[in-house]
Design a protein around this ligand. Structure first.
Ligand code: HEC
Ligand code: HEC
Ligand code: HEC
Ligand code: HEC
Length: 347
């Protein structure tokens, strides 16, 4: 009996030794890169899979562009009939932007995607009406949300990448099992959701935070619950948003947090502040530009509840910590920055 126990014990030890000698985690193919982004010993490390990074590189290459033409000559307002936003551009730079917009948004269909080719001044295609608003929106982002987009800025390409409908947009889902039927109310969770990386977290953390402004913070200021009435259920919504943010940027939580305290701003990397403004920017863009376009879009472009397609972190970032790895596309398109006053006037 004693002999048998000893045999078992040594077999176990051998097994453990074998496991310990196997340094690479058995769950991922070897060759993950890790980059430390915080103090030693704080576990603030980003893990990158080089195979995913290689695929991402191709997705995040900006298309070629050339510097704007020297100003001068007649303006677009003087040259054309129905120019409501871009009137101050020279006619040459106006057509240069039309050509760029075509490659960014509708390379297959060309000018006809937005225009009635018989009469370019005609506004009968909804795509042209939307595009005009999009020009204003792009200018608004670049001139009034520098706290987020800095001088890198955005162009139509940042979101569209050659597609009329950006690949990463979202709709508010119809509420499932609202009220009590025999399945019960699933409280918007426990079904695999794309935005929360197929976890069991609430599947739509975008409506409350990127459209409405529900409070995101859930941690209490003290150890005891007296000062904090937030429930675990509320925290799950916050975690849902955080999962969306992490997957949209292709980063871990430690890109923005020192996980010793998710709450503390002092110990968070500066990226968290940029993200803070990003949340407000997405909310602003959705409410000031997307929602007012709801009636302009045809029904087949809308969500199950008739809502308009909206912007999330993924719409611009598409898996990269900075869209297009920070390539400053607006450098060659100062006409998409706009003067802040001009933007306010156009709103
Ligand atoms: C993604 C949509 C879109 C595409 C594609 C597009 N345009 Fe435009 N175009 C617009 C919008 C929006 C306006 C109005 C701008 C304004 O009001 O400031 C406009 C206005 C014009 C005008 C002024 C017409 C007038 O008399 O008022 C011309 C000319 C023009 N576009 C030419 C072109 C050409 C040429 C192409 C293809 C190379 C093109 N556009 C592709 C959206 C588009
Ligand atoms: C912040 C992201 C973002 C930027 C920047 C952006 N768009 Fe969009 N665009 C969207 C979203 C979201 C939609 C709605 C998707 C849909 O059409 O269903 C959209 C829709 C459109 C549509 C309608 C397409 C269709 O077939 O329904 C046109 C045209 C368009 N954008 C043109 C532009 C132009 C031109 C620019 C640059 C001046 C631009 N967009 C910049 C996010 C963006
Ligand atoms: C891109 C940056 C970023 C990433 C990545 C990120 N967070 Fe956050 N997190 C923030 C910001 C910004 C806030 C504050 C939001 C606000 O107050 O509007 C926040 C707030 C929180 C809070 C609430 C803190 C409080 O004061 O109650 C928790 C909890 C949290 N994050 C957890 C996580 C987890 C878990 C992950 C990984 C799944 C994560 N975060 C990934 C930026 C990030
Ligand atoms: C309209 C497009 C757009 C949207 C939407 C957007 N971002 Fe960004 N974001 C950018 C651009 C452009 C930059 C690069 C700014 C720079 O170069 O400093 C950036 C930079 C960042 C950075 C800084 C990265 C670094 O290494 O310094 C963080 C963090 C970030 N975004 C988080 C978010 C989060 C979280 C959301 C959603 C709540 C979001 N972004 C939505 C365009 C966008």
């Amino acid at each position: 009996m004693i002999f048998r126990t000893l045999k078992l014990a040594s077999a176990l030890t051998l097994g453990l030794l074998l496991l310990a000698s196997c340094k690479e985690a058995p769950f991922e193919r070897p060759g993950m890169d890790s980059v430390q982004n915080g103090y030693r010993g704080t576990g603030m490390v980003e893990i990158y899979n080089p195979r995913i990074v290689a695929k991402q590189d191709a997705l995040n290459t900006a298309p070629p562009s050339s510097p704007p033409l020297p100003d001068g000559g007649p303006t677009a307002k003087a040259s054309y009939k129905n120019v409501q936003v871009l009137g101050d551009l020279s006619a040459g730079n106006f057509i240069r932007l039309m050509t760029a917009m075509t490659t960014w948004v509708a390379p297959k269909d060309g000018c006809a995607y937005c225009h009635n080719l018989e009469n370019l001044a005609d506004d009968s295609k909804y795509t042209k009406v939307v595009a005009r608003k999009m020009i204003e929106m792009t200018r608004h982002i670049n001139s009034n949300w520098q706290q987020h987009v800095s001088n890198t800025g955005v162009t139509c390409y940042t979101c569209h990448r050659g597609n009329p409908v950006p690949q990463q947009v979202w709709f508010t889902p119809l509420q499932q099992n609202k009220g009590a039927d025999f399945i019960g109310d699933n409280a918007g969770q426990n079904v695999p959701g794309k935005h929360v990386n197929l976890s069991s977290l609430p599947t739509d953390p975008l409506t409350p935070y990127l459209l409405e402004d529900k409070p995101i913070r859930v941690n209490g200021p003290t150890a005891l619950p007296s000062g904090n009435r937030n429930s675990i259920k509320q925290a799950e919504w916050t975690y849902g948003l955080m999962t969306h943010m992490s997957t949209s940027l292709g980063v871990n939580c430690t890109f923005c947090h020192n996980t010793r305290s998710f709450q503390s701003w002092e110990s968070s990397p500066p990226q968290r502040i940029t993200a803070f403004h990003g949340i407000r920017m997405a909310r602003d863009v959705n409410n000031a530009y997307m929602v007012p376009l709801t009636d302009t879009f045809p029904i087949d472009r809308k969500g199950p509840g008739g809502d308009v397609a909206k912007v999330s972190c993924a719409t611009c970032h598409q898996g990269a910590y900075k869209p297009l790895y920070g390539f400053p596309m607006i450098k060659d398109h100062p006409e998409l920055v706009g003067k802040p006053a001009q933007v306010a006037e156009n709103k």
